[in-house]
Each structure stands twice: as structure tokens, then as C-alpha cells.
Design a protein around this ligand. Structure first.
Ligand code: SF4
Length: 261
């Protein structure tokens, strides 16, 4: 949606920032999105069946009967009864049910990539678990790749194969989920993980307390953006932007002096 100022975005081997308008539009059918607020992301004036059918109608996929059957199957696969819910409006459903309807809408075009932007943060904890379990089932059933954006570390650990940590708009660290949670290499990741609530009362750990406040993203610090709060910062950190580099297979970190060095 945003015009890139630099860099490139490659999806399934295709550089998508170089595509023309119609090819890009076609490519978007492969990349669908689920939004943070399940209620406001559904049109309140449209019935559930019409909301889920809309992508199929826009792309004129199948006959009326085929679209009808597809919408029914999609709603059933997310645990919504199409015969009860199809004719109702979003306001008649809870947040968790609306998120299920959003997932059905996102999957109806059979995308390959699903962008999930904070999709459970507005839901109760028990409903969060239901939605996450549903996504895990759909992921294997539809062979999906999920791009999951979240602040909740427990949720991220639960759903991710690979995790990328950002600070002030820059990537700090990328690693397989189990590696990152066990042995973070960036000082921000270490502090972030140490601040998460530990559900086991027997386990004790010392939190890493960061000094100060996060700087303004409009005027970030020179060099490493984390340097004003990093316990390991040195003069080099103010002069040189640390680039992401591989410190182990599939483990990249943007730090001049990673944890443990
Ligand atoms: S580059 Fe320097 S300031 Fe940034 S995280 Fe690493 S040690 Fe800390």
C-alpha cells in the first residue's frame, strides 16, 4: 500500500515492488490480511455471507452456486454455522466470532500468505487460545505461511517457527523461535524476554531493567537506535549502524557486541 523509498520485497520469487498495477493487484490475492480489531474490520451494513463472498465476487470466481458453497465451507471451517450466521450482521457476534469471520474472508481466495496484525490482542485470553488453535489447524490444512505481528511474547512463541524482533522500526534480531527464546543475542531481545511474566512461581529470574524512555522514532539516536538504553553500549555504537549479520545458522543479529561476547 505504501510506495517504497528503497529496498525490495520478494514474494514467492517475484520482486513485487517492480510489478505494474494490474499484476500487483493479482498478486494481492495471494497475500491476505487479518486486522487487529475484529469488529471494525467487518462492514457493519453487510451480512456475514456477503462479507465472506466479497473477494470471490470481486474476482468473479466460480458460479453463484460454487461461491455459495465455498462461503459455506469456509465459514464451517472456522467454526461458524453458515445457515445460522450467514444472514446476520457483524454486530450480532462477539469479538472472537467476528475474528473467525475475518479469517474466513481472508482465506476464501486461498492465499499463500496471511498477514496477522495483532489479531488476538483485542480478545479475551480464552478466546485468544481458540483463535490461535484455529489458525494452527488452518495453517497446516491450507499450507499457509503466517506473518504474525504481536507484542505478546507468549503468543509469539506459541505460533512462530521464526521470530524477528524490532526496536524503533529496525530489525534487531532474527532467529528460530526456540533459539531466540533460549539464547537471545541482542540486548533488547534479552531485556524484552526478561520482562515477560513467568507463569511458573518456582522459576526465579533477574529482569534486565532498561534505563530511560524509548527515544522518538522521528529523531532516532545515531548509530544503533538502542544505544541510549543498552547496558553494553560503547563509542562505536554511536558512530556505526549495526547491520544484521549471521552469528549461527539462521540466527542473525544487528549488534556490534552481542550478548555473551
Ligand atoms: S550495537 Fe551497541 S548499543 Fe546496540 S545493542 Fe549492540 S551493544 Fe547495544
Amino acid at each position: 500500500m505504501e510506495k517504497p523509498t528503497s529496498g525490495k520485497i520478494t514474494f514467492a520469487g517475484t520482486e513485487i515492488t517492480a510489478l505494474n498495477r494490474s499484476d500487483l493487484r493479482l498478486m494481492r490475492t495471494q497475500i491476505q490480511m487479518i486486522f487487529q480489531d475484529p469488529i471494525s474490520s467487518l462492514n457493519p451494513r453487510r451480512r456475514v455471507r456477503d462479507i465472506v463472498a466479497e473477494p470471490l465476487n470481486i474476482w468473479k470466481i466460480g458460479t453463484d452456486k460454487e461461491r455459495h458453497d465455498k462461503v459455506n465451507a469456509m465459514l464451517e471451517s472456522v467454526g461458524i454455522d453458515p445457515y445460522v450466521a450467514g444472514g446476520r450482521y457483524p454486530r450480532e457476534f462477539s469479538g472472537g466470532q467476528c475474528q473467525r469471520i475475518s479469517i474466513a474472508r481472508a482465506l476464501v481466495l486461498e492465499p499463500r500468505l496471511l498477514v496477522c496484525d495483532e489479531i488476538v490482542s483485542a480478545l479475551d485470553v480464552s478466546v485468544q487460545a481458540q483463535i490461535l488453535n484455529l489458525l494452527a489447524d488452518l495453517k497446516s490444512e491450507h499450507k499457509l505461511t503466517l506473518f504474525f505481528i504481536a507484542h505478546d511474547l507468549a503468543v509469539v512463541k506459541n505460533v512462530s517457527d521464526r521470530v524477528a524482533v524490532m526496536y524503533l522500526g529496525r530489525l534487531c534480531e532474527i532467529a528460530p523461535s526456540d533459539v531466540l527464546y533460549k539464547a537471545p543475542a541482542h540486548h533488547y531481545t534479552e531485556a524484552l524476554l526478561s520482562s515477560a511474566v513467568e507463569p511458573n512461581p518456582v522459576v526465579t529470574r533477574t529482569p534486565v531493567i532498561l534505563p530511560g524512555e524509548p527515544p522518538s522514532p522521528i529523531n532516532p539516536p545515531s548509530g544503533c537506535r538502542f544505544r541510549t538504553r543498552c547496558p553494553r553500549a560503547e563509542a562505536r555504537c554511536a558512530q556505526e549502524v549495526p547491520e544484521l549479520r549471521e552469528i549461527a545458522p539462521s540466527h542473525q543479529v544487528a549488534c556490534h557486541f552481542p550478548v555473551g561476547t
